[in-house]
Design a protein around this ligand. Structure first.
Ligand SMILES: [Fe+2]
Length: 343
């Protein structure tokens, strides 16, 4: 497997080549044309787009760019994105030009963080950085899970495995597992409790526009500047657990359940809640006039992981809906609770 970092910035995208077939790890939206030029120049067929996690710091591919690249987008099954063609499980294997790419689920920076292992190399995303690790204070972050993932999964790889991170802010390119084990100040000689304490006191500023990037990435929106309300700008949506929602739906005062996923997700693997109404997030603004008859009813927003539905809920709140509740964890949580679905 030939590996090239092709952004030349502190936000890294890797081109993987094997026997004329290619994969991009963590492509950045604004560099699409560069990627296409490199692929054409090298005569490569792009088979896979491998995302290590739901990014908050840059815009990921949108639907038009995904179609232009024509590759299969893969992410962990916990990813909230509607643009994923193949959802990954821990220890699953992918194939590129006859070579194997193994998936390790390494939650902590985000719930959907994975590392990709292939031919003596590991793409660590924001799970393990050179001399550092990805922050765990974004939504869904978990320092304990990250410590376990790094020390038990990544550090179990052979010492000479080359580490390719998603970021480096000091001009470094790669490291090795052996080197990180002995020199990474966040892990070398640290206990899990010490790590959790350290991560809780990093005092990092919240990056500009993180919520915009996240909401665009989670929704697959086409535009960079979409006129959606930021979830943080609005009184937080009331969350509801899957089992509590199931009871509520069975009661006489049942709410309107609005599912804001794409049609293929509504009828796909996870199915949908009986009686729920499908209004994909990108069509919600246009459908508001028709939905206005429900403004005085209780409305529960539903999506895959509870992220897009938070944006959708904020849109309804802005439009004057009286009570908007968000299904916590989305259909993934509904399925995990063993509740019935329709397809
Ligand atoms: Fe990240």
């Amino acid at each position: 497997m030939k590996i090239t970092e092709i952004n030349g910035t502190n936000c890294k995208t890797y081109l993987l080549e094997a026997n004329g077939h290619a994969a991009l790890v963590d492509p950045v939206r604004e560099r699409l044309e560069t990627y296409r030029a490199i692929l054409a120049q090298r005569g490569l067929t792009l088979d896979l787009v491998l995302e290590t996690h739901m990014h908050a710091d840059h815009l990921m591919l949108n639907r038009a760019m995904k179609d232009a690249l024509g590759a299969c987008v893969v992410m962990h099954q916990a990813s909230p994105s509607p643009l994923v063609d193949r959802h990954l499980k821990d220890n699953e294997s992918l194939e590129l030009g006859g070579e194997e790419i193994k998936v390790l689920h390494t939650p902590g920076h985000t719930p959907d963080s994975v590392c990709f292992v292939t031919g003596g190399a590991v793409f660590t995303g924001d799970t393990l950085l050179i001399g550092g690790s990805g922050r765990t204070d974004f939504p869904g972050g978990d320092s304990r899970a990250q410590f376990e993932a790094v020390t038990k999964r990544l550090f179990a790889l052979p010492d000479d495995t080359v580490v390719w991170p998603a970021h480096d802010y000091k001009g470094k390119t790669c490291s090795t597992i052996g080197n990180e084990k002995t020199t990474n100040p966040r892990f070398a000689g640290k206990t899990c409790a010490e790590y959790i304490d350290l991560m809780a006191h990093l005092g990092l500023p919240f990056p500009d526009k993180i919520q915009q990037s996240l909401q665009v990435n989670q929704s697959g929106f086409e535009a960079d500047e979409v006129a959606f309300p930021l979830v943080t700008d609005i009184a937080k949506l009331e969350p509801i657990e899957a089992k509590a929602l199931a009871k509520w739906i069975a009661s006489p005062q049942k709410p309107l359940v609005l599912d804001v996923r794409e049609p293929e997700e509504f009828t796909g693997d996870l199915g949908h809640i009986e009686g729920s109404v499908l209004v994909p997030l990108d069509a919600l603004e246009q459908r508001l006039p028709k939905l206005h008859g429900y403004a005085d009813r209780d409305v529960v927003m539903v999506c895959r992981a509870g992220a897009r539905s938070a944006t959708a809920g904020a849109i309804l709140q802005r439009a004057g809906f009286r009570r908007v509740v968000n299904l916590d964890g989305g259909m993934l949580a509904w399925a995990a609770a063993g509740l019935p679905v329709q397809r």
